[in-house]
Ligand binder design. Structure first.
Ligand SMILES: C[S@@+](CC[C@H](N)C(=O)[O-])C[C@H]1O[C@@H](n2cnc3c(N)ncnc32)[C@H](O)[C@@H]1O
Length: 283
């Protein structure tokens, strides 16, 4: 896992002290642990968390492991609950491939997580990616704009916050506008977020640097009466510009092949990978 161009690029950024260079590289080479989040909007979320703990993780910690054939495998790192994530819904698993192959209980856990992910009751998501929506402290009445939203793991969390504490069948007053400049990725975004089954979501396909102004009309008494089958021609409600209470701009990483969909800047013949309009760059 060496890439001369990558190293040259990062050295040129001058962000890693010389004495920490090797530690920096070896940290980058460590495989990421599997992390996942139980989807809090599902009505079985607590049940799922307890099942994982009791049926799988408790057995793992009590050493009930059968190893099938071959040389002994290294000790398994116990699953770790991410302590900062609410309700004990986020977990981290660190199994190597050989452990997974040789230990039936680990295989069962792996399959369970995979199927629960396919069914929409959990989401595989990196731990760092779970953090921004938590910091936004979204409340059910908030109007939220997720500017660069696809494939939608953070949108999912934002919607969960909008629906927090709502009773079954109740529609919260807030909403999330999830936007992405890439049409195909908007498709992915719709697929991912439809698992929340929320009427409080609008998916849009715009360049976030030229995001259109949203107009809304306050429902007048006449309009409400009309909707209820009363008056025939309600007057047009006054228009106002929608202001968002929370905005998430999860702009593309500088090294990501997703790239910015706004025009790139050219400096000295080199293309700069950042969103000029968003004035943000993520490394
Ligand atoms: C880091 S990803 C977003 C990940 C997403 N927030 C999540 O948690 O699943 C960045 C996204 O920004 C989109 N994008 C790039 N340039 C954009 C622009 N000018 N306006 C809106 N979206 C843009 C890309 O298509 C990509 O889907």
């Amino acid at each position: 896992m060496r890439n001369a161009a990558f190293e040259e690029y990062y050295k040129a950024q001058d962000i890693v002290p010389v004495g920490e260079w090797e530690a920096f590289l070896s940290t980058l080479r460590c495989p990421l642990p599997v992390t996942f989040r139980i989807n809090g909007s599902g009505k079985f979320a607590d049940h799922l968390r307890d099942k994982l703990k009791q049926d799988f993780f408790a057995k793992l910690c009590s050493g009930e492991l059968v190893v099938s054939g071959g040389p002994p495998v290294s000790a398994v790192t116990p699953p770790r609950q991410l302590p900062w994530y609410p309700n004990g819904y986020a977990w981290q698993l660190e199994f190597s491939r050989s452990q997974l192959r040789r230990m039936p209980l680990l295989r069962d856990i792996h399959d369970f997580v995979k199927h629960a992910n396919d069914a929409g009751s959990i989401s595989r998501q990196e731990a760092v990616s779970m953090v921004p929506p938590l910091f936004l402290d979204v409340q059910p009445h908030h109007r939220v704009l997720d500017m660069c939203a696809a494939p939608g793991s953070k949108t999912f969390q934002l919607l969960e916050a909008i629906h927090a504490n709502s009773r079954p069948g109740q529609t919260p007053p807030g909403f999330v506008v999830a936007n992405d400049a890439d049409f195909m990725r908007c498709n992915l975004l719709t697929h991912q977020t439809k698992r929340v089954c929320s009427p409080c979501l609008l998916v849009t396909n715009h360049d976030a640097s030229r995001f259109p102004v949203f107009l809304a009309g306050a429902p007048t008494a006449a309009a409400q009466a009309s909707a209820a089958g009363g008056a025939s021609a309600p007057p047009r409600p006054p228009r106002y510009t929608v202001r968002f209470d929370r905005i998430l701009a999860d702009v593309p990483c500088s090294g990501s092949d997703l790239g910015c969909k706004a025009p790139h800047s050219q400096v000295g013949g080199k293309q700069l990978h950042f969103c000029p309009a968003l004035r943000l760059r993520k490394t």
